[in-house]
Design a protein around this ligand. Structure first.
Ligand SMILES: NC(=O)c1ccc[n+]([C@@H]2O[C@H](COP(=O)([O-])OP(=O)(O)OC[C@H]3O[C@@H](n4cnc5c(N)ncnc54)[C@H](OP(=O)(O)O)[C@@H]3O)[C@@H](O)[C@H]2O)c1
Length: 222
């Protein structure tokens, strides 16, 4: 395979970063993977919105079918967020034999088991390293590199917004309110920051239940 075509669901904060990397690092990625990674289509809510990265207009679509039912697309990257539509779109992508990457921890916390089973049934990969501490990254290190180790405890600030706010408060002695406002203006924190600052996002990274943390990966019996 000399070319892999990508359909991206979402062109927001994360989607823009993905598109920027796939565009700016195209040659390096080709050298490392041995094939060209091409963005075929990008799903958005509005085609008229101004974007932080310029992309050929013909690649934008407001119709998910242009990606999910597109036989030319090999990999779907889901970065729209939310649970209901993301679940429907990812399920459909897997049923149509497309590999899926998602950064959506809320979705994986609620439907991770079902989606991984769907991926296995369709002989597709479902990767979600980006959903939990993607910048470290930790899931693959734990499942591959430290596979034979018994991890007894992991401690950390597992929410980027909280990490930003706490760092700003401790390094610059600013108030919580100011640190939160700065996080919002930089796009780290949502307009409604409840999920981040009340710990709901961090809890979702624990697989969404009150059981001890468990890692899910393709092939995991669940
Ligand atoms: N932001 C972060 O730092 C971060 C870090 C790790 C993981 N994540 C996860 O990554 C995912 C995306 O986050 P984000 O911050 O990039 O979100 P965002 O900035 O709100 O972007 C969402 C994008 O999806 C599009 N979209 C949303 N719902 C849609 C729908 N129903 N149909 C079509 N397009 C739709 C929006 O279109 P328009 O642009 O037209 O409105 C927008 O381009 C979330 O699951 C989040 O939890 C985020």
């Amino acid at each position: 395979m000399d070319k892999v075509s990508i359909g991206l669901l979402g062109f927001g904060t994360v989607g823009t970063g993905v598109i920027r990397l796939l565009t700016d690092e195209k040659e390096k990625l080709q050298e490392q993977t041995g094939c060209r990674l091409e963005i075929e289509k990008v799903l958005v809510r509005s085609k008229d919105k101004s974007r932080k990265f310029t992309l050929d207009d013909t690649k934008l679509t407001t119709n998910a079918d242009d990606i999910l039912e597109n036989p030319n697309i090999d990999i779907v990257i889901e970065v729209i967020g939310g649970v209901k539509e993301a679940y429907q779109y990812i399920s459909r992508a897997l049923q149509n034999k497309k590999h899926v990457i998602t950064a959506n921890k809320d979705l994986m916390a609620v439907h991770g088991d079902e989606l991984l089973q769907e991926a296995e049934k369709n002989h597709c990969d479902l990767y979600y390293e980006a959903s939990v501490a993607g910048g470290i990254p930790i899931l693959r290190s734990l499942t591959d590199g430290l596979a034979a180790d018994r991890i007894q405890k992991m401690i950390g600030i597992v929410n980027g917004t909280t990490n930003y706010i706490l760092s700003k408060m401790s390094h610059e002695a600013v108030s919580y309110e100011k640190a939160l406002a700065a996080a919002q203006s930089l796009g780290f924190a949502e307009a409604d920051p409840t999920s981040d600052v009340e710990g709901l996002d961090a809890a979702a990274k624990k697989n969404g239940d009150s059981q001890p943390s468990r890692l899910l990966y393709p092939g995991d019996p669940g």
